[in-house]
Design a protein around this ligand. Structure first.
Ligand code: G4P
Length: 533
């Protein structure tokens, strides 16, 4: 295990509310590193070009990024793994799981809108995992909110101390650049510049008179605000940042490629390399000699020509080499990892080796499920992969009864993939789908027809809530399941689930069955749930 390889890894995701500029920033990061050549290939809703990460047909139709993807590139000495997250506010379960695979996040905030609903949700996940966050306040080339107000909002709403690293000089048509507080530098903005960092004009130690001569009134204002802010905000403390308590804030304009280099540099300088991860049995350190990894995402039919499904694995420790023998600890099965891919946009490349922090893809036909731990032999189960109790339910029926078997198979795959939650009522009857957001149903219905050639009807179900029920006493769980048979179902992992139309039903059941635990969150436990009957 090469410690040098480990130390140069930076694995992160960009998170934002839709339209804040996540895709634009991602594209600029890739352009900057030379990973892609032409601007506008990541996404162009209006021009008809699509995101590099847009794999699925539905994404092309809607111009949104539904599936998460992974891109690896080198920047200076660093190897950067960038995990794309779906930006649509409706579609968040997948995003949550992707966030379990990163060591840091860049939060993009639209300077005009400030902190928005989706940012809040995503940040909660990051905070619960103590993920360090860098903040990029975007669209300074527009009339945006006052920077002081934005910082205040980040602190108030997100509960992290915002530490400005740069400060804007003017905004909108008057946006002239940023003052780098730490380096006492001004980086001058020119609209439309695509210089990729090379030719940005930088002014060092600029005096007040020179500043005023060049930037006029805005210079004075920036200086005043910086003085105010440095007195009022804590100094940057790397430990507080690593604990997710402080966030460095940088201002810029992603579309103009302004501030992108600074974000990359801050990421390499400040964000941590892979750190130990918790497993049921013990904590696993990335510098351990033996390979371990965790499946944080499974996606079927990424390439329709191949009709395969790919398990995305975050390398947690050791050194991965193609052809090595790996054990799936869930079922003790072993396989040889000969066919392993990494992803750079739509090109799949075969990887020969990988280090902690890297993401590898293993095409398979159902061997690997979401949450699986892979090892060289040790019995280990990584924790922390969440499934959320769905908030919307629909029953699903096949249009052509001759295709019922295909629907069953397709739902099994989509359920295991985590695209949607699939509940089979234990007394039979129509399968119920559960989702966190409405868009998930559209995605699934589209994928059923495009990938599996099954037309379906979706109808609102009478349930609105679900809880995974667990109990230390299996006999008690069986009694409970028997008593509520009409509203019990099994999910894709055979976990018994109680379905309800109203929260009061759960309260009543809880009172009557004090030993039963009604879980809103199911963490992948490795051991598949045994059927209660
Ligand atoms: P998202 O992935 O977070 O949803 O956001 P995306 O990058 O798609 O950006 C949303 C819109 O904001 C896009 O405009 C994009 O061009 C614009 N944008 C991104 N960064 C900046 C910036 O720094 N300044 C300004 N002024 N605009 C920015 P659109 O019109 O919705 O789509 P498009 O046709 O430009 O793609």
């Amino acid at each position: 295990m090469s410690v040098a390889e480990l130390r140069r890894r930076r694995t992160f995701a960009v998170i934002s509310h839709p339209d804040a500029g996540k895709t634009t920033l991602t594209e600029k990061l890739l352009l900057f590193s030379g990973a892609i050549q032409i601007a506008g290939t990541v996404k162009g809703k209006k021009s008809g070009r699509f995101a590099t990460s847009d794999w699925m047909e539905i994404e092309k139709q809607r111009g949104i990024s539904v599936a998460s993807s992974v891109m690896q590139f080198e920047y200076g000495d660093a190897v950067i793994n960038l995990l794309d997250t779906p930006g649509h506010e409706d579609f968040s379960e997948d995003t949550y799981r992707v966030l379990t695979a990163v060591d840091a996040a860049v939060m993009v905030i639209d300077g005009a809108n400030g902190v928005e609903a989706q940012t809040l949700k995503l940040l909660e996940v990051c905070r619960s995992r103590k993920t360090p966050i860098l903040t990029f306040i975007n669209k300074l080339d527009r009339e945006v909110r006052e920077p002081l107000e934005l910082l205040d909002e980040i602190e108030q709403h997100l509960g992290v101390a915002a530490v400005p690293f740069t400060w804007p000089i003017g905004m909108g048509k008057e946006f002239q650049g940023v003052y780098d507080i730490q380096r006492d530098q001004v980086r001058v903005f020119r609209a439309g510049q695509e210089s990729l960092g090379g030719a940005v004009e930088t002014l060092q130690n600029i005096g007040d008179a020179d500043g005023e001569a060049r930037f006029g009134y805005h210079w004075k204002r920036t200086k005043e605000e910086v003085e105010l802010i440095t007195g009022a905000t804590p100094t940057f403390d790397r430990d507080a940042f690593l604990a997710g308590q402080q966030s460095p804030v940088l201002f810029g304009s992603a579309i103009n490629n302004f501030g992108v280099k600074e974000i990359l540099d801050a990421l390499v300088d400040l964000a941590p390399p892979p750190s130990p991860r918790a497993a049921v049995q013990r904590a696993v350190s990335p510098d351990e000699a033996k390979f371990t990894g965790v499946v944080f995402k499974v996606q079927a039919n990424m390439d329709l020509a191949h009709r395969d499904r790919v398990a995305f694995i975050r390398v947690c420790s050791g050194h991965f080499e193609r052809g090595m023998q790996l054990k799936v600890t869930r079922n003790n099965k072993t396989f040889r990892a000969n066919n392993v891919v990494s992803f750079l946009s739509q090109r799949r490349e075969t990887v020969a080796e990988a280090y902690p922090g890297d993401i590898i893809g293993i095409p398979n036909h159902g061997t690997l499920s979401l949450g699986d731990t892979l090892t060289e032999g040790e019995d280990l189960q990584f924790t922390g992969l969440p499934f959320f109790a769905p908030e919307i339910f629909q029953t699903i029926e096949v249009v052509d009864p001759m295709r019922a078997k295909q629907l069953g198979e397709a739902l099994k795959q989509l359920g295991e993939e985590g695209a949607i939650q699939v509940f089979r009522p234990i007394h039979g009857g129509a399968t119920i789908l559960g989702a966190v957001g409405q868009l998930q149903f559209e995605v699934v219905s589209h994928r059923l027809s495009a990938e599996y050639k099954v037309a379906v009807r979706l109808m609102p179900a009478r349930y609105r809530l679900s809880r995974w029920v667990t109990c230390d006493d299996p006999a008690e769980l069986r009694r409970f399941t028997d008593s509520y048979e009409a509203r019990m179902a099994y999910d894709a992992s055979n976990a018994p689930t109680y379905l309800a139309s109203h929260v009061s039903e759960i309260e009543v059941a809880q009172k009557a069955w004090p030993k039963i635990v009604f879980n809103e969150l199911r963490e992948h436990s490795g051991a598949p749930f045994k059927k209660a009957m």
